[in-house]
Ligand binder design. Structure first.
Ligand code: FCB
Length: 451
């Protein structure tokens, strides 16, 4: 532990009610696929070549059948909050109709188990596992009807679980769903059309608005949305790269932030999209721009805009994680300060931050010192943002445990707890012990502040 003591970051600017947590998502950890409907990710995993190791989410980390011991594991970290997602196909196997009592029962046990251990439940309604039936029947997010199905599902969840959820996020990373799923085709449902992707992004935001209404109607939980965002830097000083950086920033960051805060998409991005712009109906923008209680920020790295060769961190020799993503903590301060400045001081939560490394378990222990360093430097970056007056309310490590990393399968390990996929045994890594120590120090600091 000595070595890690040296890298406990300065947290003195964080507010006393700052929330600390770990995060997961349903498809990535739950398993128990026989007790839920099929999702678009189940179908995508069956596509030859779609998943790097040919794996799927049928068993994943077997979390559903290991719920009690996983809850004890979360509690052992000393965190105050747990961000998880609810699998839509576990609540509505076909994407519509009455909720499944077995599905609701599982989340009842999860939520009650958290509360019994003094941990606050932060639930995300959509972390990418759309019921496959809606893909077949309505074209998934390309079809407007899916947004209304989502509003109905959100209503059922809010009615049954909304009395105990502390915080609801409607969607996780709509940009990823729209673009990686419908334009780049590397995530489910694997389509390749910019026009469809932009239409999907609009329907996702309409779905967000309908879900917000449903949550407000029957729950007192706070409610918001989770966005993946990063600073976009031009690769060179050329006019072309600078212009591209503005548009890329528009497509990734401003598209969602403007829609949610101002009720319209950025004019320069619409002009750039031309015929690929989404169709909108009257009233959509009011629905989309209802007030949110927070914006969740998922940050992993910065991006570069280039009209030439695409930038690769590995080629430049920058320090990278096992995903090949540049380790760039300053980008988190830059992003948070910019969000604060450009969108009128929103309440922000870092809902995901973390790193994959090729961890090895040696003699029953995992020494993931690079992950400790990643987390420490990024937390210092959050503290720097707080020092500059950003309204930053919490931080969640991605992820509680190693899990199904989408198109990378089980090859990329993001957990602070190691999972042995042969035995499903969990082993807290050095980073998990470090988080425990960090939180002990934080709690002591907080106690000093109030006394
Ligand atoms: C985010 C996802 C999360 C995880 C991390 C590494 O985009 O929300 O599920 O895959 O990346």
């Amino acid at each position: 532990m000595d070595r890690d003591q040296l890298i406990i970051p300065d947290l003195k600017h964080l507010p006393g009610n700052f929330v600390w947590g770990v995060a997961t998502s349903a498809f990535q950890i739950e398993g128990a696929a026989d007790r839920r409907g099929e999702s678009i990710w189940d179908a995508f995993c069956r596509r030859p070549g779609a998943i790097a190791d040919g794996s799927d989410g049928l068993t994943a980390c077997d979390h559903v059948d290991r719920l009690e011991s996983d809850l004890d594991l979360i509690a052992s970290l000393g965190v105050e909050a747990y961000r998880f997602s609810i699998a839509w196909p576990r609540i509505q196997p076909e994407g519509s109709g009455a909720p499944s009592s077995g599905g609701l029962g599982f989340y009842d046990r999860l939520i009650d188990g958290l509360l019994a251990r003094g941990i606050r439940p932060y639930a995300t309604l959509y972390h990418w596992d759309l019921p496959q039936a809606l893909q077949l029947r309505h074209g998934g997010w390309a079809g407007r009807e899916t947004a209304f199905r989502f509003g109905d599902y959100a209503d059922q969840v809010a009615r049954h679980l909304g009395d105990r959820i502390v915080s609801f996020a409607t969607l996780n990373e709509p940009w990823v769903v729209a673009i990686l799923g419908h334009e780049q085709g590397i995530f489910a449902p694997g389509l390749r059309s910019r026009a469809i992707a932009m239409q999907a992004s609009h329907h996702l935001l309409v779905a967000h608005g309908l879900a917000l209404q449903a949550i407000r109607a029957s729950s007192r939980a706070e409610a918001g949305i989770v966005l993946n965002m990063s600073p976009i830097h031009p690769l060179t000083d050329s006019d072309a790269d600078r212009t591209k950086a503005v548009i890329d920033d528009g497509l990734i960051n401003r598209w969602y932030m403007d829609a949610i805060h101002y009720g319209h998409y950025p004019a320069d991005v619409l002009a750039h999209l031309g015929a690929d712009s989404p169709q909108q109906l009257p009233g959509d923008n009011t629905l989309i721009s209802q007030p949110v209680d927070f914006v969740g920020v998922n940050y992993y790295t910065r991006s570069f805009a280039s009209t030439g060769e695409p930038w690769s961190a590995e080629k430049t020799g920058a320090a990278v994680t096992d995903m090949g993503w540049e380790i760039y903590p300053d980008g988190l301060t830059e992003l948070l300060v910019r969000l604060d400045r450009d969108w009128n001081h929103p309440r922000l939560l870092v809902t995901e931050n973390g790193a994959a490394f090729a961890d090895q378990r040696v003699d029953g222990a995992v020494d993931d010192h690079p992950r400790v360093e990643y987390l420490a430097t990024h937390l210092a970056a959050v503290d720097q943002a707080a020092r500059q007056g950003v309204n930053i309310a919490g931080y969640f490590v991605w992820s509680l445990m190693d899990n199904f990393e989408w198109a990378s399968g089980y090859r990329k390990r993001f957990g602070i707890v190691h999972v042995d996929y042969a035995t499903l045994e969990r082993t807290p890594k050095r980073s998990a012990h470090w988080v425990g120590e960090l939180l002990r120090q934080w709690k002591a600091l907080r106690a000093q502040r109030v006394s």
